[in-house]
Design a protein around this ligand. Structure first.
Ligand code: SF4
Length: 325
């Protein structure tokens, strides 16, 4: 019998789904993704998560619940660190324990992913997970290597200027692997955690709205690790959150680019890392005289308010480009 593994379409799904999906496929499992975010998924997440957590974690609860009854396992790794000597937000760490209290869920695959000391730990984690599906060490190790290759291809597609869903389609059929030609009059850098900027339900379709208002959209994922890291190194003190570093590095890079006319930072209410990175980016934007918009999202954020603020921001971009101060 083919085992079904559920992957919630939330949090680091937007970075690592090609690798996770390939790994499980290679081990002979069927992968089931939760449905794209909807009002119902969020409502279910809100009902079951504690009030204190941020919106993306509440949404992750909803996605986990969406998989209940459909799969044999839910893959919810305990993400501690994805880079040597750096951490990611502690809420990722606590998520499997918070979720375990929910009724009616299949067993969780909540392996620790902690690369703080060494990258090799990723393989150890994969080995542990692989043992649930096969006793064949070579099969696990082959699946792991192939999944890394697929992940590399995905990151390359993102760096060509594609968005995650376009890059995933590109991996599937090789058709979507051409960069989308910029058709807008302006270019705006959209920065934020991947689960905030690429989940169009959470951010109320911000990318589509910016494009409809005449702007091309670039993100941190369109830049290479090397560019992001070297720009983030301008900070007097290194940020120890990997995702925060990406945002800061990308912001510093886009401040220097003449073709970029403004920056939008999407933050989650009650997010510690976002409040700090948002403030750092806002200060630099003021110093550089670049139009800047900070959008903070929570479950009460209204669509009308978001649209009004994006329109006002795009007016600033137009005035700046027209030389009106
Ligand atoms: S980094 Fe912020 S938005 Fe992301 S999980 Fe942590 S608190 Fe939530």
């Amino acid at each position: 019998m083919t085992l079904k593994v559920g992957i919630p379409r939330a949090l680091l799904y937007y970075y690592y789904v090609p690798m996770w999906q390939t790994f499980f496929h290679e081990l002979g499992a069927e992968v089931v993704l939760s449905s794209p975010s909807t009002k119902g998924i969020l409502a279910n997440g809100l009902k079951h998560a504690v009030d204190e957590v941020c919106l993306p974690i509440k949404m992750a609860f909803g996605h986990v619940l969406d998989l209940a009854g459909k799969v044999d396992y839910i893959f919810l790794p305990r993400m501690v660190s994805i880079k040597k000597r750096e951490y990611i937000c502690p809420k990722f760490l606590g998520l499997p324990d918070m979720v375990r209290c929910l009724d009616g869920l299949p067993p969780l695959i909540d392996i620790n992913v902690n690369l703080y000391k060494s990258k090799k730990n990723a393989f150890f984690a994969a080995k542990e997970v692989g043992k649930l599906f096969t006793g064949n060490y070579f099969k696990i190790s082959g699946a792991y290597r192939y999944s890394l290759k697929t992940q590399k291809k995905y990151f390359k597609l993102l760096q060509l200027g594609l968005l995650p869903d376009e890059a995933l389609a590109g991996l599937e059929d090789g058709v979507g692997n051409k960069p989308r030609p910029g058709q807008g009059q302006f270019t705006v850098a959209l920065l934020g955690h991947p689960y905030n900027i690429y989940d169009s339900y959470i951010n109320m379709n911000i990318i589509r709205r910016l494009r409809a208002m005449g702007s091309n959209v670039v993100t941190a994922e369109h830049l290479s690790e090397q560019v992001v890291r070297s720009c983030a190194a301008c900070l007097p003190k290194k940020l120890f959150w990997t995702l925060g570093q990406r945002m800061i590095g990308a912001a510093f890079h886009y401040f220097k680019r003449r073709d970029v006319s403004g920056i939008v930072h999407v933050a989650a209410f009650a997010c510690g890392p976002d409040s700090m990175t948002g403030e750092l980016i806002a200060r630099e934007a003021r110093a550089a005289g670049m139009p800047f918009l900070n959008l903070t999202l929570d479950e009460h954020t209204g669509e009308t308010g978001i649209v009004t603020r994006i329109e006002a921001f795009m007016d600033m971009v137009r005035w700046r480009n027209a030389g009106v101060s």
